[in-house]
Design a protein around this ligand. Structure first.
Ligand code: DGY
Length: 333
């Protein structure tokens, strides 16, 4: 909407909810009237409410639940939520839109690292990497044997990607290099120019794809439509030898149903970097041998976190200059 963004005549008052890489914090302190979270504790709801009563720009992360009530209670000075991260499922976008608060994220700069983590989990689960590592550390390894530590080859396997955006496509490119065939389910079929080099097959229905692939990788955002996109019914459609990989968002998977499927060997295993109620982990997941569990570290490289911070800074600066920030997520704002 023309005129929506107005140039500020002062340094924007910015509150950052977690510690960011040091060069990012230093630059923010130079450019903005900033309050940093020096002890890095996840903010309580009360602290977030207080921050939203004071800041012109809030720079939150995935650990902050910015729900409708918090947004409705924000002070009139809050004009931008500049998220440090690409996923914005923890922010009530409709409430932000209704209050005229812009929301930005940090796309692109964590694509490769997140896609690498998908491949890490595929290999770790299929080749039983952590089982072997634990055995060595426990002093239980008796030496090489022809039938020891057998896993499954990934070359030649069918990978089904749910959500073929930036990260899904980066996973597909890596999977091709490993000799896997790429299948994907997306609302819209990709143009031939993208599908062609990946030799990717589009499946209009998720159910049909789940029944045919050996590995399923979730790479879609969490929205009302994708919440529990993997539920009991869909887990039953997967093949018994199939693996589920999730580096996107925990609530894409009904965790109770996943645990049940793994326990009855309805699927062969799972590689999870995200959890439905993180940082809490379903206690029965911890007992299962056929899962690899990681602490939401898909974008955890020095490079990605630095570049994410730079994107947050750019979004705030462009906003404070009175222009539409480059990574505005509300298309109709
Ligand atoms: C992201 O960028 O969405 C990561 O998951 C951290 O929030």
């Amino acid at each position: 909407m023309p005129g929506r963004f107005q140039k500020l005549d002062h340094k924007p008052r910015v509150i950052v909810t977690r510690r960011l890489p040091q060069p990012v914090e230093t630059r923010m302190a130079e450019l903005f009237d900033v309050t940093l979270n020096l002890d890095d504790h996840p903010m309580t709801r009360e602290e977030l409410a207080a921050a939203m009563g004071e800041a012109e720009v809030l720079a939150p992360t995935v650990t902050d639940q910015i729900d409708a009530a918090l947004i409705e209670g924000a002070g009139p000075q809050l004009k931008l939520i500049a998220n440090f991260g690409v996923g914005v499922d923890h922010i009530d976008l409709a409430a932000a839109r209704a209050r005229g608060i812009a929301v930005t994220n940090t796309p692109g700069v964590l694509t490769d690292d997140t896609a690498d983590m998908v491949m890490t989990l595929i290999l770790a689960v299929a080749r039983r990497v952590f089982t072997g590592e634990r055995m060595v550390r426990a002093g239980e390894w008796q030496g090489w044997s022809p039938t020891g530590m057998l896993g499954h080859r990934i070359t030649g396997k069918r990978l089904g990607i749910v959500g073929m955006g930036r990260i899904g496509q980066a996973v597909a490119a890596r999977a091709r290099a490993f000799g896997m065939s790429v299948h994907y389910h997306n609302r819209h079929r990709l143009p031939k120019a993208i599908e062609g080099p990946l030799e990717a097959t589009w499946w209009p229905t998720l159910e049909a794809m789940l029944a045919r692939v050996d590995i399923v990788s979730l790479n879609c955002p969490e929205t009302q439509e994708t919440h529990h996109i993997i539920n009991d019914q869909r887990l039953r459609q997967m093949q018994r030898h199939a693996y589920l990989i999730n580096v996107a968002r925990g609530p894409l998977v009904d965790e109770e149903a996943l645990v049940a499927a793994l326990e009855r060997r309805g699927i062969a295993g799972a590689g999870l970097d995200v959890f439905e109620h993180e940082p809490a982990i379903h206690p029965r997941l911890l007992e299962l041998p056929n899962v690899v569990l990681l602490p939401h570290m898909g974008s955890a490289t020095f490079e990605a976190r630095q570049e994410m911070g730079e994107k947050v800074i750019t979004n705030i600066r462009v906003f404070a200059d009175g222009h539409r920030p480059p990574d505005q997520v509300l298309e109709d704002y």
